[in-house]
Design a protein around this ligand. Structure first.
Ligand SMILES: [Zn+2]
Length: 129
């Protein structure tokens, strides 16, 4: 097994140089734990951020559907805070229409940016008129 130049081995967390086996990643258990805590913290805040945006998208559609709206211009939705990059499902139907899902709502958009939305018929209505 080739030996690694010790001066290039650095702890993945504190970046201090260290000696030892070539596959060593951390100088001690403290650095190993701190590194993994940091990593899980990152993924936690990533899921929080995405969930918050999905919920925001859902609330915008909910407000519109509750007052009887069935369509809107994407530009206007984005002004309300809607972000079309966040959907919970995506389905291309046989006629080529892409249907975007946001939890129990679904919408399509045409080339002019007109968004048509409704409650996904697969979900039983609950709490909606
Ligand atoms: Zn360290």
């Amino acid at each position: 097994m080739p030996t690694k130049n010790n001066t290039t081995m650095r702890c993945n967390f504190c970046r201090k140089s260290m000696t030892g086996r070539a596959d060593k990643k951390f100088c001690d258990d403290g650095c190993r734990n701190a590194f993994h805590n940091m990593k899980s913290g990152e993924s936690y805040s990533a899921t929080r951020k995405i969930n918050r945006q999905l919920r925001g998208n859902w609330l915008i559609l909910k407000d519109l559907i509750e007052v009887g709206e069935e369509e809107a211009v994407m530009e206007d939705l984005e002004r309300y805070g809607f972000d079309p990059h966040y959907v919970t499902s995506l389905e291309v139907r046989e006629d080529g229409t892409t249907v975007y899902g946001i939890y129990d709502f679904e919408y399509t958009r045409d080339q002019d940016g007109v968004v048509r939305f409704r409650r996904d018929q697969r979900y039983p209505p609950r709490g909606y008129r």
